[in-house]
Design a protein around this ligand. Structure first.
Ligand SMILES: N[C@@H](CCC[C@H](N)C(=O)O)C(=O)O
Length: 302
């Protein structure tokens, strides 16, 4: 088995994604390779999306997702859009079905280049999110940061979008909160036995909101697609918005947007862009990599 595979450096609204092509191989991208790639400024990433051969009929690929600390993630919305764009440009096809540890995802690339991913159904049961103690109503759980009588953040909505999320409702621009300080405390709070992605959401109308996320296993990122899904669903669930919302991702370049549609069939469809930056080859065991300059030249050719 060759020690090198192709990979692409991509992003979804600034969420840094490495798409690694593991098709035709039986091994996996190792946590050690992920940590080495994350430590190198040229390849620093938030998530790796490793494309493997399909494991079940009717799917195009199995996708393995790793955070930059080497841990596994069950879902990655921005990364899934990057995988769709990579496979669409390779094959000319527009629609794909993927298997992940969280289930089967359908995705389609639209004529304008944006990509919609069916992220599956939200899960609200406390033991499935999971939370470490029973909450009958997970749309508002007891959890706060700051002084007991004047908390800075409190009563988040908790849910799983395949991965665990807590959404704190804020009344100012999420960029004005010290998420770098609160994020690690909340991600690792004992109420979340598998940790959680922590999002601040400011609802700006019945169809819009602004979010910012501290990601489990990755820290402050420029965007998080599954968190946008969790914020959209939680806002509708608590009567703050309608079921289809435009989410401005506060820390993404130029404050990019995602559309989140919690459909009547309970599926959550996320639509937004993906962007290729450069390609190369990588050793999935060690993380040693090389840039493919011919791909740069090809991309620069009008
Ligand atoms: N950036 C992703 C979410 C990544 C997974 C997360 N850090 C986790 O461990 O659950 C997205 O766009 O959804």
């Amino acid at each position: 088995m060759s020690d090198r595979v192709e990979f692409a450096v991509m992003n979804g609204l600034g969420n840094k994604i490495l798409v690694i092509d593991m098709r035709g191989r039986t091994d996996r991208v190792t946590p050690a390779a992920a940590i080495a790639l994350a430590a190198d400024p040229a390849t620093a990433f938030d998530q790796i999306m490793a494309i493997h051969d399909p494991r079940v009929d009717g799917t195009d690929a199995y996708i393995d997702i790793l955070n930059c600390d080497g841990s596994k993630a069950q879902a990655c919305g921005n990364g899934t859009r990057c995988v769709v764009q990579a496979l669409a440009s390779e094959t000319g096809r527009k629609s794909f079905t993927f298997q992940t540890v969280a289930g089967i995802l359908n995705a389609v690339e639209h004529p304008d280049g944006t990509i919609s991913v069916d992220m599956g159904k939200p899960v609200f049961a406390w033991d499935k999110i999971p939370l470490s103690e029973e909450f009958h109503d997970t749309s508002r759980i007891e959890l706060q940061i700051g002084p007991i009588d004047a908390p800075i953040l409190h009563s988040p909505s908790a849910m799983s979008m395949g991965n665990p999320h807590a959404v704190f409702w804020v009344d100012r621009d999420p960029m004005t909160y010290d998420l770098e300080r609160f994020g690690p405390l909340l991600e690792n709070h004992p109420i979340f036995p598998e940790k959680a992605n922590i999002t601040l959401a400011q609802v700006t109308s019945k169809t819009s909101m602004i979010t910012r996320t501290w990601e489990r296993g990755a820290g402050l990122t420029l965007a998080c697609g599954s968190a946008a899904c969790a914020a959209g669903v939680s806002a509708a669930r608590t009567g703050r918005t309608e079921r289809k919302v435009t989410i401005t991702v506060a820390s993404s370049p130029n404050r990019g947007t995602l559309t989140i549609d919690w459909r009547p069939d309970d599926k959550v469809v996320m639509t937004g862009p993906a962007e290729w930056e450069w390609s190369g080859t990588v050793d999935p065991v060690t993380g040693s990599w090389q840039r493919d300059v011919s791909a740069d030249a090809e991309a620069a050719t009008p």
